[in-house]
Design a protein around this ligand. Structure first.
Ligand code: PRX
Length: 640
């Protein structure tokens, strides 16, 4: 009898899929969910978003309640929970102490070589407090900035939380960035402490970070101390005046520390992201609104009941890692799995084997990883039933229907819904996504999360017809939104609020179908998405131009079956230089040096001329159309 019911559930999903192109949750699955009606919760929140977010804020602890939930007084510097006092780290950690969550596993960790560690909430609390006291002994104070350049280790979470407890801002820089890129970010934030590790293991090799940190500290003079986590026991240069081992710094420190009372609008962290100029933008998030958005989304989008093992495969160096490896799971009091390594070592079943080993309930990953796994074939996941998995997630770039279906069928075994979540560093939390109770379409990101009003408009801000492409905009405000660009409020205003009047400009193109589902089509601006990582064309071009042989350069993204996009560069050489294979290699090396391995250059073409506007701006759109054999479109601005 039970067998028969199971069969019907599976059939319900697949039969409907064939007839309507909708994936509908089975009745059994629907019955297990906390929210059963997608449209109803969206409608309710839409009637009064302020009420919706107020209720969400009540799930957190406030040292002092706010006086006003939302203020547009200094528009577009919107404020949330004005007058309230709280601390993001208190909500993610301290408040669980003395409750049953205290003895629950907070962090599970495994690295590529198979080493494992685990920490309960109490243990994380103690580790964080020791580091708070250690950092204070180095002079870190409320309002300071601390740079963090680390692999995916439990210590990155400790370091982030410790900064917040002091009231200092963290600035995490992805460990795939070069010394120059790290130094630029340190200098912009004027960070005086850098927390790093000796290195880690990747693809079976040792990847060293301390030498990169050393080089960055020479370039960025603000750095007075480097705290080093011993992870791979590699021999590193150590400057005893400047450097201190993490374990030495913390070993005699008290495991108790006070948590700073912060105003809801006090900045919690800055996270740099690429924009349309070569200078990355320091996106600022705050103590009050950010956790409200993160907690509400993680709980609703992944139907958390409180006992989940949550695996987000991003890196803590990106916003996805901030919000859904570290803060989201800890705010929700569940267990987060951190994996420091690649997904296909020792074999392409590493992830599925880990899902079974740790009994993962929610897997949140990126289309590029799914496509890479698809290429290895179906036999690898077939060996694993993965019965613990309930809900799957996707983020970072559009998921093509083929990858969606593979993920659903071979990883979700036709039983787990896929939450394709659209959002950005700037939005702090998920914005356009289905909920598990919703009917899904392979490749569509669903509809706006409750409380969010999004639309697709033309350049004058007029909504376009369904099925027609346009600019994706957000029409209202939300608690986890970016507050400003660090040290550059003008750029904040201009980038997000002046492109199209009265709305938040996302920089993405999209269309809405007749059922109101949003299909994201990529960036409108000169930002690339390489394996889901956001890279500015201007940053890459300035990397090329920093080579003495290069006069000018224009780069474009070209489609790649696994990485989504890879970079192709068109280079004009200075007189006296000749294009050669060697020079190509050297240029690629130069970009790696200025940006880091994150910038994957697929090809370099030497050219005599670049398409430009009268004012001398390179028309990358034209380069791209020529490269891909597409319609060039409007070329009235082009000078021949
Ligand atoms: O173009 C969109 C794409 O990633 C951009 C934001 O990049 P970043 O700030 O690095 O944050 C990535 C993770 C939140 C967006 O402007 N993007 C993100 N998620 C999706 C997506 N594109 C399509 N579908 C998504 N689910």
């Amino acid at each position: 009898m039970i067998m028969k019911k199971k069969k019907i559930d599976r059939e319900t999903t697949d039969v409907l899929l064939a007839s309507e192109k909708f994936y509908r949750p089975s009745r059994k699955f629907l019955a297990s969910l906390q929210i059963k009606d997608y449209e109803k919760v969206r409608r309710q929140a839409g009637r009064d978003p302020i009420k919706f977010w107020t209720e969400a804020a009540r799930e957190l602890v406030w040292f002092k309640e706010w006086e006003k939930v939302f203020s547009a007084k200094s528009k577009p510097f919107y404020q949330w929970f004005v007058g309230g006092q709280c601390n993001l780290a208190y909500n993610a950690l301290d408040r669980h102490i003395g409750t049953p969550v205290e003895n629950k596993t907070a962090i599970l960790w495994e690295d590529e070589t198979g080493r494992t560690r685990k920490f309960t909430y109490r243990e994380v609390y103690q580790e964080v407090n020791k580091l708070v006291n250690g950092l204070k002994s180095l002079g870190v104070k409320r309002g300071d900035r601390v740079a963090i350049y680390m692999p995916n280790l439990p210590e990155i979470a400790f370091a982030m939380l410790a900064c917040l407890k002091i009231g200092a801002m963290h600035s995490v820089v992805y460990a795939g960035f070069s010394a120059q890129a790290l130094a630029d970010r340190i200098m912009d934030a004027k960070a005086k402490i850098l927390i790093t590790a000796d290195g880690s293991f990747r693809r079976g090799k040792e990847v060293m970070l301390k030498p990169v940190a050393d080089e960055a500290a020479v370039l960025a003079k603000t750095v007075k101390k480097i705290v080093v986590v011993k992870n791979n026991n590699a021999a590193v240069n150590f400057n005893p005046q400047r450097d201190v081992w993490y374990h030495d710094l913390t070993k005699d420190m008290s495991a108790e520390a006070k948590c700073a009372r912060m105003d809801a609008e006090d900045p919690a962290f800055v996270l740099y992201t690429s924009g349309t100029t070569s200078k990355p933008k320091g996106v600022v998030h705050v103590h009050g609104g950010y956790p409200v958005g993160v907690l509400r989304t993680i709980k609703w989008v992944f139907d958390l009941k409180g006992d989940e093992i949550f695996w987000c495969t991003a890196d803590p160096g990106w916003i996805t890692g901030h919000s859904y490896i570290i803060y989201g799971p800890l705010l929700a009091g569940i267990t987060t799995l951190q994996y420091e390594g690649v997904p296909d070592l020792p074999a392409p079943d590493r992830m599925w084997q880990m899902v079974e080993k740790y009994q993962v309930n929610v897997l949140y990953t990126a289309p590029t990883l799914i496509r890479a796994m698809m290429k290895y074939g179906n036999d690898w996941p077939k060996k694993y039933d993965m019965p613990s998995l309930r809900i799957l997630g996707s983020v970072g770039e559009p998921i093509n229907p083929e990858a969606w279906k593979w993920y659903h069928r071979h990883i979700g075994k036709g039983r787990c819904p896929i939450m394709d979540t659209w959002w950005q560093t700037e939005t702090g939390a998920q914005m356009i996504t289905a909920l598990p109770c919703a009917s899904l379409k392979a490749g569509a990101a669903g509809k706006p999360f409750p409380g969010i009003e999004a639309d697709v408009v033309d350049k004058n801000g007029r909504p376009v017809k369904s099925g027609q492409g346009g600019f994706l905009v957000i029409k209202n405000q939300w608690p986890s939104m970016i507050r400003t660009i660090f040290n550059n409020p003008e750029r904040y205003k201009k980038t997000y609020w002046q492109e199209i009047k009265g709305v938040y400009f996302t920089g993405d193109l999209a269309f809405k179908d007749k059922d109101g589902y949003f299909w994201i089509q990529g960036r409108t601006d000169d930002v690339l998405k390489v394996a889901g990582h956001r890279i500015g064309t201007a940053e890459v071009e300035s990397g090329f131009v920093s080579h003495p042989a290069v006069a000018e350069c224009g780069v474009i993204g070209v489609p790649d079956p696994v990485k989504g996009e890879v970079i192709k560069a068109f280079v004009i050489l200075k007189q006296g230089f000749l294009g050669s294979e060697e020079l190509k290699k050297e240029l690629v090396g130069q970009v790696r040096k200025t940006i880091g391995p994150v910038a994957v250059i697929k090809d370099v073409a030497f050219v005599d001329k670049l398409p430009k506007t009268r004012s001398g701006k390179i028309m990358r759109r034209v380069l791209k159309a020529q490269e891909l054999g597409l319609e060039v479109g409007d070329t009235s601005a082009l000078v021949s």
